[in-house]
Each structure stands twice: as structure tokens, then as C-alpha cells.
Write a protein that binds this ligand. Structure first.
Ligand code: UD1
Ligand code: F6R
Length: 379
């Protein structure tokens, strides 16, 4: 069942190249046709959204509704939807949407993201939005689940059954699905075609990129886990779409390794969190080469000026970051580079492995963390 792995979480982390391939199978066309206008042909085919595509594009706003890791996936892909569709995008935690009786209108599109498709808060939020006349779209990994059935249309993730309570492969697959949705909605836009093609080309390369560093990172993260396992707390700093990476990595550390952890938007650093920084508290800083790179470099300098104990997650071969590591004795986690919308998919992998190995070394139950259930079917 575990295919040679000790735990389902470990198996599911390693399965991610295959899981994202499955999510894209039959939906992403890699070749641009040689004849005719190569750009006007359809490269993303989402059977579930064919009939509702125009309605979604015309909506007043797109609202993503989810809980936990699924919410983080929506956060990671929000910018891509904003950029591609040019419709305001808002994110809602399902429980909070219900607590606030959030206004929802007929010309809203609400997208419910749920691995299990059974999460009670997300399902109740769906009923709430449906009653207000919004178009309800599902993104779920479970065919026939309550959310899959109750939504007007949607996308099945096809990532394969996820058993470990901590969501891993469903997360990266959700980012893929939301990104494909954004690309499909922008299909007719001439002004977006170059950018869209660049993302689609990288989607094709992504599984192999992920495969290429999985084993190396597994070993490296086991070593890092041995150094960090007795920490009382761990912080993850990031900004842009990697804020989701920081939140998701912190959630993994909390829920399986049982270590207090926080994901911090680096832009907020000076508004409070900086006070926590000293030479003992380990801080992982996400500084891959994207539009946030310069700002993250400045964050690194400010943290190092306060003698912070840094671990820098950067693009493989980044000489600037290698120099920081050498001069300031901080560690590097190197990941392959890709286009900005997809970078969070690669960045989270070593951090999932880190949380996994810390859990094992601390002797906690990996697949059934205390007090948690895979599917939260009560509110
Ligand atoms: C579908 C088939 C797939 C087949 C492919 C061939 C299913 C489940 N999928 O995949 O086996 O290989 O056509 O073209 O039979 N939906 C919701 N809510 C959700 C998720 C999906 O309403 O949360 C709806 C969709 O709008 C769609 C249907 O379920 O009507 C199937 O969705 P999906 O599996 O994503 O569609 P395809 O990828 O076209
Ligand atoms: C964390 C985790 C949870 C779920 C959340 C939503 O690893 O698994 O935070 O993401 O309970 O579950 P779904 O996606 O099934 O609605």
C-alpha cells in the first residue's frame, strides 16, 4: 500500500510529479500547431468549464472559498487568476465567510476548493453562496463528493487518493488546477498570449523539474530536520505568491511535527514580527528568483543585521544567495527555477520534506497527527 515508503505522507510527497501530471493529463496541450495561427488554438481544455467559461469571465468578482491547505492553494494562485482574467479576486476562509454572513451576489463566481469535497464549512458556504444566486465552481480531488455534486460545474483534480492527514500532493495539484482555470479563462486574450504560452510551456516541464530534486532534497531535509527538530518555534518569511508557501510550510510543521510555527508576510516584518528575531530562532526565508527577489534580499540583509539564524530557500545556483550563505553561515535550500506563477509548487516540496523528517525524528505519528481528522465533516 505504501509502495516501499514508511508513511503515506512520505509516499504522497514523492508522488507529486505523477499527481500533477495526472491533473494536467488531457487538459494541457504542449505543442503549438505549426499551421495557422499557433496562438489562437486552444492549449488548455477543461471539460468541466466549457459551458460556464464566459459567465465566469463576465462575473463581477471571483471568490475562492476553502479551509486550511486548500485555502493556501487558492492564495498561491490568486495572482495568476488576477493577471490572466483581470477580474477582482477575493479569498475567503469558509468558516469566516459564514461567521460574517459575507455579502455574495448573483454576478459573483464562487470557487470552492476542497481535496475531500466533504469539508463541512466549505459545503455550508457553498449552500450559502448558491442560495444567493452565485455561480458555484468546485475544485475537488474526490469525484462524487458532496462539493463535486453540489457545485454547478468544476474541475476534478485527479491527483489520486490522499491518505495522510497532512495534505501534500493535493496542495500542489490544486495550484495546478487553479492555474489551468486562469489560463483557460484567458484563452481568447491576444495581449496575454505570450505570458500564457510561457506558463503552459513550463507546466509541461514541471513534473521533471520536481523529480530532478526530490531525492537530493529528501536527504538534505533529513539533515536539516535533525538540526531543527528541537526548536520551540520556526518562522517562514515570504512575500508575493510565496506567502502561501510560508503559511503552508508553517501549517505542516504545526500539524505533523507539532512545532509552533508561523508563516509571515515579509512586507509586514517591521510591523511586529521583527521583535521575535534573535540568534536562536530558526527562520526560513523564501527568496527564489521572481519579482519579489530584490525585496526578499533586503529582508535577508535586515535579518542578518540582527544576527538571525537563517535558512534561505533560493533558486539553484544563485551566486548572490550562495555568497550570503558563505559570509553569514546560513544554510541554503536550492530548488529549480520556473515561471513565477508555478514557483510555489516547487518551493513547497523541500518544506514538506522538512516537516515530514522532523515529525519522524520527534517520534510523532505522521499519518494520524493527534486531534486531527482527514476530513472535517462537522463544524
Ligand atoms: C471528464 C471525465 C473524465 C474523461 C474526460 C474526457 C469524469 C468525472 N471525468 O473529465 O473521466 O476522461 O471527461 O474528456 O467523468 N464538476 C463539478 N464540480 C466539481 C468538479 C467537477 O460540477 O467540483 C463537473 C464538471 O463541471 C464536469 C464534470 O463534473 O461536468 C466532470 O469534471 P472533470 O472530471 O473535471 O471533467 P473532465 O476533465 O472533462
Ligand atoms: C492540512 C489539511 C487541512 C485541509 C482542510 C481542508 O494539511 O489537510 O488543512 O486542507 O481541512 O480540507 P479539504 O481540502 O478536504 O476541504
Amino acid at each position: 500500500m505504501k509502495g516501499g515508503y514508511e508513511h503515506y505522507m512520505q509516499k504522497e510527497i514523492h508522488e507529486q510529479p505523477e499527481a500533477i501530471t495526472q491533473s494536467m493529463r488531457g487538459r494541457v496541450k504542449q505543442q503549438k500547431s505549426a499551421e495557422g495561427n499557433p496562438y489562437l488554438q486552444q492549449r488548455i481544455k477543461l471539460g468541466g468549464l466549457v459551458e460556464t467559461r464566459d459567465t465566469i469571465r463576465r462575473s463581477r468578482r471571483i471568490m475562492f472559498v476553502a479551509c486550511g491547505t486548500s485555502y493556501h492553494a487558492a492564495l498561491a494562485a490568486r495572482q495568476t487568476v488576477e493577471e490572466m482574467v483581470e477580474v477582482p479576486v477575493v479569498l475567503e476562509l469558509a468558516s469566516d465567510l459564514l461567521d460574517r454572513c459575507c455579502p455574495i451576489f448573483r454576478d459573483d463566481t464562487c470557487v470552492f476548493v476542497s481535496q475531500s469535497g466533504e469539508t463541512a464549512d466549505t459545503l455550508r458556504a457553498l449552500e450559502y453562496a448558491k442560495a444567493r444566486g452565485a455561480l458555484c465552481v468546485g475544485i475537488t480531488n474526490t469525484v462524487g463528493s458532496a462539493i463535486s455534486r453540489a457545485t454547478h460545474c468544476g474541475i476534478h483534480q485527479n491527483a489520486g487518493y490522499e491518505i495522510g492527514v497532512a495534505s501534500t500532493k493535493a496542495y500542489t495539484s490544486q495550484i495546478i488546477c487553479i492555474t489551468m482555470m486562469a489560463l483557460a479563462l484567458a484563452e481568447d486574450s491576444i495581449s496575454k498570449r505570450e505570458r500564457r504560452d510561457a506558463i503552459i510551456d513550463e507546466l509541461g516541464a514541471l513534473p521533471d523539474k520536481m523529480r530532478s530534486f526530490m531525492q537530493v532534497q529528501d536527504v538534505a531535509m533529513k539533515e536539516l530536520a535533525a538540526q531543527l527538530k528541537d526548536s520551540n518555534s520556526l518562522l517562514f518569511f515570504a512575500r508575493g505568491n510565496n506567502y502561501a508557501t510560508a503559511l503552508e510550510a508553517a501549517l505542516k510543521c504545526k500539524e505533523v511535527a507539532l512545532i509552533h510555527s508561523e508563516g509571515i508576510l515579509a512586507g509586514e516584518m517591521k510591523h511586529g514580527p521583527l521583535a521575535l528575531v534573535d540568534e536562536h530562532l530558526p527562520i526560513v526565508v523564501v527568496a527564489t528568483r521572481d519579482s519579489m527577489y530584490n525585496k526578499m534580499e533586503s529582508v535577508i540583509q535586515q535579518l542578518l543585521a540582527r544576527s538571525a539564524r537563517l535558512i534561505i530557500l533560493c533558486t539553484a545556483g544563485d551566486a548572490t544567495m550562495q555568497e550570503y550563505a558563505k559570509r553569514s553561515d546560513c544554510q541554503l535550500i536550492e530548488v529549480p527555477g520556473t515561471v513565477e506563477p508555478l514557483q510555489p509548487i516547487l518551493n513547497i516540496v523541500p518544506l514538506q520534506l522538512l516537516a515530514y523528517h522532523m515529525t519522524v525524528l520527534r517520534g510523532h505519528n505522521v499519518d494520524q497527527p493527534r486531534n486531527l481528522a482527514k476530513s472535517v465533516t462537522v463544524t
